[in-house]
Design a protein around this ligand. Sequence first.
Ligand code: ZN
Length: 323
Amino acid sequence: MHNLTLSRRGLFGGIAGATALAAIGAPRLSLAQTTPAAPPTFYDRRVGDMTITTLLDGYIPLGLDVMVGVDAAAAATDLTAAYLPPAGPIPTPINAYLIRSGDQLTLIDSGAAGAFGPTTGRIATTLAAMGVDPAAINRVVLTHMHADHIAGLMAGEAAAFPNASLHVAQTDLAFWTDEAIAASAPEAAKMMFTLARAVAAAYGERVTPFDGDNVDLGGGLTSIAMPGHTVGHTGYRLSSGADQLIIWGDIVHMRALQFTTPDISITFDTDAALAVETRKKVMAMLATDKIAVTGSHLPFPSVGHVEVKGDAFAWVPEEWQFL
Ligand SMILES: [Zn+2]
C-alpha cells in the first residue's frame, strides 16, 4: 500500500511549488548555515513525563499567490479578522521540535538553516543557547523532506547531528532521492532533490526509513500518515501516560485561511487534492478527540486545539503552559 506512485498532478504540483519558491527568492543552493542576529526563541511544554520544545527557526513571508483556491474577498475578510495584511504577505513561522524523554533527545525536523535566507536558520544557535550539543541528539524524525524541514540537518557537506539516526517515511525518502524524478523536475525544484540526496548521503547507514502509518518509533512517538503535501508527509502522536500531543507537520501553512477554508492548498503540495482531504480528516479527528496539536507553520508557540466552526474549523491557541 505504500508503493510510490507518481501522478501527473504530483509532478505539476512540484513544478508550481518550485516556481513559487523561486518567486519568494528561495531556496538557495547553498547549504551553509546562517547565524541570524535574532535571539533564540523556544517554548517548553510537558507531555506526561516528557518535554517537547518548539524551536522557532524563523519565518518566511508567504504571499497569497502561493496559496491555491483563494477567493480574494473571503481571504481579505479572514486576514483582516486576524489583524494581518489583507493582501499578504504573511510572516509564516518555521518550527522544529526537541523532545526530551529520559536521556533520549529526539529532534522533529531541523529548520531551514541557510536555505531560505536570513529570516530563518536560528535553530543551531537556539540549541547552543539551550546547552544542547548536536552530538547528543540521538535521533531526528522527519515530517517530510522539504528544505524548510531538512536543510538544518546539514553542516556544510556533513551531518549536523553526527550521532543521530534519521527516521523518515520510506515513500518520502524514495521520492526526494529519486534521480529520475529529480532529472524531470524543473530547474527551480532540483535543489529540493539535491538537498534530500545530500542528507541521505550524510546520514548514510543511520537513515532509518519506516513504512507509513501507525508505526511505533519508540520513545512515545507513533507515526500518522498524512499524505498529500508530500507523498510521505507524516504526523506523529507523542504519548506519555494519558497525555498526548499530535505533531501535524505541514497540515496548515496559513493559519488565518486554512481553518476557515481547508480547501485552500499551497503550490508546494505534491498532491493538492489529497492534501485537502488529509487536512479535513486530521482536523475533524482532532476536533472530535480534543487532542492538542502543534504544527510546523502555526503561529509560535504553535500549540492549540482544533474546533469545528460551522462547516469548517477554528484554531484555538493553547494558553502558555508553565513548567
Ligand atoms: Zn514546511
